[in-house]
Design a protein around this ligand. Structure first.
Ligand SMILES: CC[C@H](C(=O)O)C(=O)SCCNC(=O)CCNC(=O)[C@H](O)C(C)(C)COP(=O)(O)OP(=O)(O)OC[C@H]1O[C@@H](n2cnc3c(N)ncnc32)[C@H](O)[C@@H]1OP(=O)(O)O
Length: 255
């Protein structure tokens, strides 16, 4: 089964679906490569907006694949992965067209970072999300903490420090979600983005260039890179290894 699906939907929507539902759409290197390709495809003239979602009913994305990434023990080993994904999220953040995360289920850790890199976030009724990295004795490491601090200046720092999982209504109150939907995820995306999808692509690109100017002036690339480097230091420490070992032993008990 392909780990991700890239599809051209109605009205100029390019949809990237993380397709690992059994692992709650955890991100491995294949998904990273797929997201890089999809971001490049978004440049096609017939694409008006770029959307990301997760396969299945249960999860949008559970962050980094701990079974794949727990082999990364040292700061240097972790930095390679973290830096690569922070580069992907910077490309997503500055993609020259509007982007939207259709948060179709649980979003935790790096899954929240991916959603934060999108211009808009709509969540399925009943979904939950949380920047849980601190519970694993690390920080965000893909640039998502840096982005969140800019998007939600009043609430982001508490969200990161508490590392709690919030329900959809709380996420609306925190400003993380723009809308809660009940219907089919693609219909929900088309309906939420209807106003944009009726405009010329050139206008969407022109407005997104104003947003990207702000990201450039805020030195987001350098700050997201520094976040990856900071996370890599914590990743290499015993406290994090213990947390991941706990996750793996729980997983092995289940299987
Ligand atoms: C890499 C760095 C990155 C960063 O931020 O920089 C990160 O994201 S660090 C990783 C942070 N992610 C987590 O800690 C999430 C762990 N998963 C969960 O909390 C839950 O699975 C949840 C809330 C996503 C879904 O809960 P639910 O009860 O619906 O499902 P299960 O927990 O029973 O999981 C089903 C199945 O999926 C496996 N799984 C889930 N998440 C991951 C993951 N991130 N990596 C690898 N595998 C994952 C889980 O082990 C279960 O497998 P099974 O073999 O069926 O036991």
């Amino acid at each position: 089964m392909d780990s991700c699906i890239i599809s051209k939907e109605k009205d100029g929507v390019l949809l990237f679906t993380i397709n690992r539902p059994r692992m709650r759409n955890a991100i491995n290197f294949d998904v990273m490569a797929g997201l890089e390709s999809a971001i490049e495809m978004a440049a096609d003239q017939d694409v008006k907006i770029f959307a990301i979602t997760g396969a299945g009913e249960q999860a949008f994305c559970s962050g980094g694949d701990l079974t794949a990434f727990h082999q990364l023990k040292t700061e240097e080993q972790a930095y390679g992965m973290l830096s690569r994904m922070s580069g992907v999220l910077y490309k997503l953040l500055t993609l020259p067209k509007p982007t939207i995360a259709i948060v179709n289920g649980s979003a935790v850790g790096g899954g929240c970072e991916i959603a934060s890199a999108c211009d808009f976030r709509i969540g399925k009724e009943g979904m939950k999300a949380g920047f849980v990295q601190a519970n694993l004795a690390i920080t965000t490491g893909w640039g998502g903490g840096t982005i969140l601090l800019e998007r939600l200046p009043k609430t982001a720092f508490r969200m990161l420090l508490d590392a709690r999982v919030h329900d959809a209504e709380e996420l609306m109150g925190l400003g993380f979600l723009d809308h809660i939907y009940k219907e089919d995820p693609i219909d929900a995306c088309l309906s939420f983005m209807k106003g944009s999808l009726s405009k010329e692509t050139t206008v969407l690109e022109a407005y997104k260039s104003l947003v990207n100017k702000k990201w450039e002036q805020l030195s987001m690339r350098e700050r997201m890179e520094a976040e990856a480097a900071k996370c890599a230091v914590l990743w290499g420490e015993e406290a994090h290894h213990k947390k991941v070992d706990e996750f793996m032993s729980k997983k092995n008990k289940n299987n």
